[in-house]
Design a protein around this ligand. Structure first.
Ligand SMILES: [Zn+2]
Ligand SMILES: [Zn+2]
Length: 239
């Protein structure tokens, strides 16, 4: 079980199924110390409008004994790496993720070079903490090149448990995950493991790692040392 889960969707995302309260309650029941509420950025079909992210200060920072972090999984919207969250709102959030997704304005015909360039531009010109699932089958990236820039920028790459659950049988995907782990290890950078939960019961559940026999070198994963404290340290260091 993860101690901290920095990627959780709620009903606000439009294709997820739990509320913030239900998410906190489930996290509490399985011993997850902190979760980040990271609904999809506004350009995705069915996702919340900008005002949702601008109003998150209204949400209590603790529910059912679980620390709540406020965030957004922003979308890259074009090949130049623009994202769908205003800088003034992003600067108020605890954690900003960026990723490539379908059902957004990002062109689905993009190449590996396009995707790599767009993600690098997105993370270098915005306040971003984490690149979510940088190894999607529908949006291939040069993971070594991405890892190098992420490492220089202090951005984390994410080991996304949802994609492993859905596509863990796919050799190509598993190979990309392996390359990401190798690249991070070589660069001495940390990675973050997140559920990308779309229903509360998925929060913190990392059982797919052992099910797929994925071994992670010790010291690689953020929060492995002392959970929430190390995560807070990282988020503070990013400003
Ligand atoms: Zn989603
Ligand atoms: Zn997500």
């Amino acid at each position: 079980m993860l101690k901290v889960d920095l990627h959780v969707h709620t009903i606000a995302s439009g294709h997820a199924y739990s509320t913030i309260q239900e998410s906190a309650m489930h996290a509490s029941s399985v011993g997850v110390e902190a979760i980040a509420i990271t609904d999809h950025g506004s350009s995705m079909e069915g996702s919340p409008h900008t005002g949702y992210f601008g109003n998150m200060a209204r949400i209590p920072r603790e529910m059912h004994g679980v620390n709540l972090l406020m965030g957004c999984e922003t979308n890259v919207v074009d090949l130049s790496g623009n994202i769908d969250l205003e800088k003034s709102i992003a600067s108020e959030l605890d954690v900003v993720l960026v990723g490539l997704h379908k059902l957004t304005p990002y062109p689905s015909s993009s190449s590996l070079a396009d995707n790599t360039r767009a993600l690098i531009a997105a993370m270098t010109s915005n306040r971003v903490h984490i690149v979510s699932h940088p190894y999607r089958l529908d949006f291939p990236v040069d993971i070594a090149a991405l890892a190098k820039v992420a490492s220089d920028q202090g951005v984390l790459l994410e080991l996304n448990l949802s994609l492993l659950k859905l596509f863990g049988h796919n050799e190509k995907l598993l190979n990309q995950v392996k390359l990401m782990i190798e690249a991070a290890e070589k660069l001495g950078m940390k990675i973050v493991i997140s559920s990308d939960a779309h229903i509360a019961t998925e929060i913190g559940d990392d059982s797919v790692l052992s099910a797929l026999g994925i071994q992670l070198p010790s010291g690689l994963v953020l929060g492995e040392r002392d959970g929430h404290d190390e995560v807070k340290e990282f988020l503070a260091s990013r400003g």
